[in-house]
Ligand binder design. Structure first.
Ligand code: NAP
Ligand code: F7E
Length: 335
């Protein structure tokens, strides 16, 4: 049975990837951080009852800023594949905690790569690279050969991780790949990223438990896809004949305003009556336009996105509406 080690397993992508790897017959090991409250909600359905855990899913404590925990995990598990999805992944927050972001999102990758090298192992390695590396874009659409121009501490840290992954591939002949993933969303998306913030607010406004929604720049354009499609590309990269770097995107771009309109329209709401602009959500430097060209992934891996933008936003609004109704029902029953 193949063994996969996933950092960031409690996150959006980690939870979809763990599910996917389990269906492929893998034994999955996830690194989790100690937290004062439970934060395994996204993987609870596959972990089952904590007293009767899934024997093929194991969680171990560790941290990307703690080299000894990574060394220990790799030496003891001896994984066949490693997916490095752990990161301080919020771009706006990276301006508030730039050094921490550099430590986890940048140096965390070298700690993991060094742990592999020191253990004398040759697992396949996936690095969660990001379209944020293209930042102030030097080419439209962005492809694997487009030069990087990061616009945030997060983007700069991801550029470091990208190049150190390439370097370990070339220096030590490691099967290491960068997936340059454009924005991808789902009902499991963190609630402070713009799509989820909007779909959750739309649901709450519809149900009368929220009145206004405060947002920042509505003109930014993003290439948004579905996380469930994108995690499959990660796995496909590690099954290819040779290690390489791939852009994963839909090839379509939309403004935040368009996304907002679509989400509110789904619930017959007029967003203009509820949305207010708050300067605090603006970034010191913005990424204005992202649109990816994933033709290399299609050609070489056979990967293509399946869920279209409208379908994705509908899926997210409907899920938030159902969850919010359930939450309110729970509150009503408790009274
Ligand atoms: P996410 O939901 O924010 O999840 C991030 C994960 O990283 C969580 O499991 C988090 O654990 C973990 N983490 C944070 N700090 C850590 C640390 N110091 N040590 C170990 N783990 C740590 O992110 P995502 O959307 O799933 O994205 C997955 C990866 O892809 C990230 O590296 C992100 O930067 C990158 N990426 C995302 C997108 C996108 O659009 N989603 C696009 C391109 C690249 P806790 O649960 O304990 O916080
Ligand atoms: O912002 C604008 C904001 O935070 C998208 C991460 O997963 O994808 C993500 O980074 C746009 C930006 O995602 C609000 O200014 C307006 O232009 O949802 P976001 P992101 O910054 O693109 C990349 C690929 C990653 O790698 C990252 O890990 O929306 N925006 N108003 C807002 N954004 C937020 N968060 N909140 C607002 O109120």
């Amino acid at each position: 049975m193949k063994k996969a080690l996933v950092t960031g397993i409690t996150g959006q992508d980690g939870s979809y990837l763990a599910e996917f790897l389990l269906t492929k017959g893998y034994e999955v090991y996830g690194i989790i951080r100690r937290s004062s409250s439970f934060n395994t909600g996204r993987i609870d359905p596959i972990y089952e009852d904590p007293h009767v855990p899934n024997p093929r899913l194991r969680l171990i404590y560790g941290d990307l800023n703690d080299a000894s925990s990574l060394n220990h995990a790799i030496r003891t598990i001896q994984p066949d594949e490693i997916y490095n999805l752990g990161a301080q992944s919020h771009v706006r927050v990276s301006f508030d905690i730039p050094e921490y972001t550099g430590d986890v999102t940048g140096l965390g990758t070298i700690r993991l790569l060094e742990a592999i090298r020191e253990a004398g192992l040759k697992p396949k390695f996936y690095q969660a690279s990001s379209s944020e590396m293209f930042g102030k874009v030097l080419e439209v659409p962005q492809r694997e050969s487009t030069p990087f121009y990061p616009r945030s501490p997060y983007g700069a840290a991801k550029v470091y991780s990208y190049w150190i992954t390439v370097n370990y591939r070339e220096a030590y002949n490691l099967f290491a790949c960068n997936g340059i993933l454009f924005n991808h969303e789902s009902p499991r998306r963190g609630e402070t990223f713009v799509t989820r913030k909007i779909t959750k607010a739309a649901a709450r406004i519809k149900l009368g438990v929220q009145k206004d929604l405060y947002l920042g720049n509505l003109d930014a354009k993003r290439d948004w896809g579905f996380a469930g499609d994108y995690i499959q590309a990660m796995w496909m990269m590690l099954q290819a004949d040779k290690p390489d770097d791939y852009v994963i995107a839909t090839g379509e771009t939309h403004t935040v305003r368009e996304m907002l309109e679509l989400a509110f329209n789904r619930l017959q709401l007029d967003w203009k009556k509820h949305v207010k602009i708050d300067e605090k959500y603006y970034r010191p430097t913005e990424v204005d336009l992202l649109i990816g060209d994933a033709s290399k992934a299609k050609r070489e891996l056979g990967w293509e996105p399946k869920v279209h933008f409208e379908e994705l936003i509908t899926m997210m609004v409907d899920a938030d509406l159902a969850a919010e109704k359930e939450r309110l029902e729970g509150v009503r029953l408790k009274r």
